[in-house]
Design a protein around this ligand. Structure first.
Ligand code: GAR
Length: 192
């Protein structure tokens, strides 16, 4: 069974969706670690409550990105992680992690990339007045929300939609799409 680590910085609704999919058997995987760069993030409590190991760290207490990524790699290697799943981890992945887990890091982003990379993709899409946006899952490279696209799903934005309505629709897509894509990627990754 594939062993995954979820990296998150915030509320952890995607973490919840992944955990649910594992619990109900639609995602055959073992969630062995949550990595979090914000000690106050809600996802930490959720992971602890679920009995999942958490590696939380304060980036500012390290001299540089290489130093904290070395610690992260050690945590991942100790648990024989097959796939790193970024779920709202709001930090660029550096060369230390990329070199150790080449082709084994995926990310979810709330827009149809390459449109609206970076922070607040939902707000960017609303401000731009687009009528269609969506969700992208992609492999991670050194760029900001770049890297080969694995899957995308669109949603329609109505002129009358509030920010919260669009966010709800986007997150509902994310929570179904991400576990499916993780399952697909793990099958490919594990069959090699
Ligand atoms: C998700 O919508 C995810 O797509 C986004 O952060 C949110 C995290 O929500 N990620 C990015 O914007 C990455 N650039 P969650 O903590 O409730 O899963």
């Amino acid at each position: 069974m594939g062993r995954i680590a979820v990296f998150a910085s915030g509320a952890g609704s995607n973490f919840d969706a992944i955990e649910r999919a594992i619990a109900n058997g639609t995602l055959e995987a073992e969630l062995v670690l949550v990595v979090c760069d914000r000690p106050s993030a809600e996802v930490i409590k959720k992971a602890e409550h679920a009995g999942i190991d958490v590696f939380q760290f304060a980036p500012k207490s390290y001299p540089d990105k290489q130093a904290f990524e070395k610690d992260i790699v050690q945590q991942l290697e100790q648990r024989h992680v097959d796939l790193v799943v970024l779920a709202g981890y709001m930090r660029l992945i550096g060369s230390t992690l990329l070199e150790s887990y080449e082709g084994k890091i995926i990310n979810i982003h709330p827009s149809l990339l390459p449109a609206f990379p970076g922070k607040d993709a939902i707000g960017q899409a609303i401000d731009a007045g687009v009528k269609v946006s969506g969700v992208t899952v992609h492999y991670v490279d050194e760029g900001m929300d770049t890297g080969p696209i694995i899957a995308q799903e669109a949603i329609v934005i109505q002129d009358t939609d509030s920010y919260d309505e669009v966010k709800k629709r986007i997150q509902s897509v994310e929570h179904t799409l991400y576990p499916q894509v993780i399952s697909h990627v793990l099958k490919g990754a594990l069959s090699t």
